[in-house]
Design a protein around this ligand. Structure first.
Ligand SMILES: NC(=O)c1ccc[n+]([C@@H]2O[C@H](COP(=O)([O-])OP(=O)(O)OC[C@H]3O[C@@H](n4cnc5c(N)ncnc54)[C@H](OP(=O)(O)O)[C@@H]3O)[C@@H](O)[C@H]2O)c1
Ligand SMILES: *[C@@H]1O[C@H](CO)[C@@H](O)[C@H](O)[C@H]1NC(C)=O
Ligand SMILES: *[C@@H]1O[C@H](CO)[C@@H](O)[C@H](O)[C@H]1NC(C)=O
Ligand SMILES: *[C@@H]1O[C@H](CO)[C@@H](O)[C@H](O)[C@H]1NC(C)=O
Ligand SMILES: *[C@@H]1O[C@H](CO)[C@@H](O)[C@H](O)[C@H]1NC(C)=O
Length: 295
């Protein structure tokens, strides 16, 4: 009897896991803004959306690179696909407004806003030096404040389309990380802001979805270089990094399914997040054990 119940339970779980109810066709013709899309995960997000027939406005600081990404989107996307770029520095809050305005002018509206950019910073110990504080201000502006500004400018348009906001975060936004304390703080802050906003949307019947993406180590050039430059390259041998392309697909899928949160890779990050309040010392020890302070 119990065995049968267990078999049924396992069967339902496996079946649920096997069903893939993501249909890329739902993204055809959707108007998408992707920030930080000149390289790394954001660039791959742009390519996947282009393949799926979405229209795009991509943004980052480097205009030349954005042009190349747009060219590649045209190759990948269907005939008649619309791809634009706007170069902007997300440390400048006036520029956040211009990015959204450009999307409206070019695409006529916004269905999906993908907030993905981060300021690339070297790893290091936070020691409270004047240099640390100057950089702290800039990281908070780019990684956190700009996300709120972009959301505020896009919100009236997303409300019209019952659209989606996709926030790319990290395990560092669930468990404090050494050598990237301020980065980690901005990711926690995003969870707080968008968590509160999601609650308000439910309370006032606003049908805009918010998907927070909890991402593990991804082998982007900047992430790998960051670890190497700080002497943590052995970590890459112990912990296989996810590919930017697979990660981008997981992010797009979670957004399209209007999921509250996604974890990529799922199992290890979900378990770490579940355990963090129950046995924080052990979870932090496991995470910390991967790092060493350079001599
Ligand atoms: N890679 C990982 O291991 C990893 C792990 C967990 C989470 N994530 C998350 O995934 C997302 C993407 O990470 P990634 O590794 O793909 O990053 P990345 O390769 O370093 O790319 C960062 C993007 O942001 C843009 N950017 C940087 N500073 C900017 C500024 N001031 N204004 C506007 N754009 C700016 C960059 O373009 P320009 O230089 O041209 O401006 C680039 O397109 C981030 O939210 C990150 O936290 C990554
Ligand atoms: C900020 O962006 C605005 C709008 O693009 C621009 O006019 C201004 O010069 C920028 N400020 C700085 C300090 O770059
Ligand atoms: C903090 O500042 C010190 C010296 O100014 C520097 O060596 C260290 O790398 C900085 N830490 C971070 C996280 O930027
Ligand atoms: C958005 O959702 C509301 C109710 O949730 C619905 O009345 C409206 O038609 C939807 N708009 C679009 C463009 O789907
Ligand atoms: C520790 O955290 C980093 C950054 O979030 C992550 O990439 C890594 O996978 C974590 N390590 C373990 C063992 O959880």
């Amino acid at each position: 009897m119990w065995k049968k119940i267990l078999a049924l339970f396992v069967g339902v779980l496996v079946g649920y896991w096997l069903i893939d109810d993501f249909n890329p066709n739902v993204l055809r013709g959707k108007r998408v803004v992707v920030t930080g899309s000149s390289t790394g995960i954001g660039e791959q997000i742009a390519y996947h959306y282009a393949r799926m027939g979405a229209d795009l406005l991509i943004t980052a600081r480097r205009e030349k690179v954005l042009q190349q990404v747009v060219t590649r989107c045209k190759e990948l996307g269907p005939e008649g696909g619309r791809y634009f770029y706007k170069s902007a520095d997300m440390a400048n809050m006036s520029a956040t407004k211009e990015v959204i305005q450009e999307a409206i002018d070019r695409l006529g509206g916004i269905d999906i806003l993908v907030l993905n950019h981060i300021l690339p910073i070297p790893l290091g110990l936070w020691e409270g030096t004047p240099q640390n504080l100057t950089l702290t201000d800039k990281i908070i502006d780019v990684n956190f404040k700009a996300y709120i500004y972009l959301t505020s400018h896009a919100l009236p348009h997303l409300t019209v389309t019952n659209g989606s906001i996709i926030v790319v975060s990290s395990l560092a936004g669930k468990i404090g990380q050494p050598f990237t304390a301020v980065y980690s703080a901005t990711k926690f802050a995003l969870d707080g802001f968008f968590g509160g906003l999601r609650q308000e949307f439910k309370l006032r019947g606003c049908d805009v979805s918010i998907t927070l993406c909890v991402i593990g180590l991804v082998g982007t050039e900047n992430a790998i270089r960051g670890l190497r430059d700080y002497g943590q390259h052995y970590l890459l041998e112990m912990l296989p990094a996810e590919t930017p392309s697979d990660t981008a697909l997981a992010i797009i899928r979670g957004g399209a399914k209007r999921q509250r949160e996604i974890f990529h890779p799922y199992l290890s990050l979900k378990i770490m997040t579940l355990l963090r309040d129950w046995i924080p010392n052990i979870v932090e020890f496991i995470n910390r054990s991967m790092f060493t302070v350079p001599a």
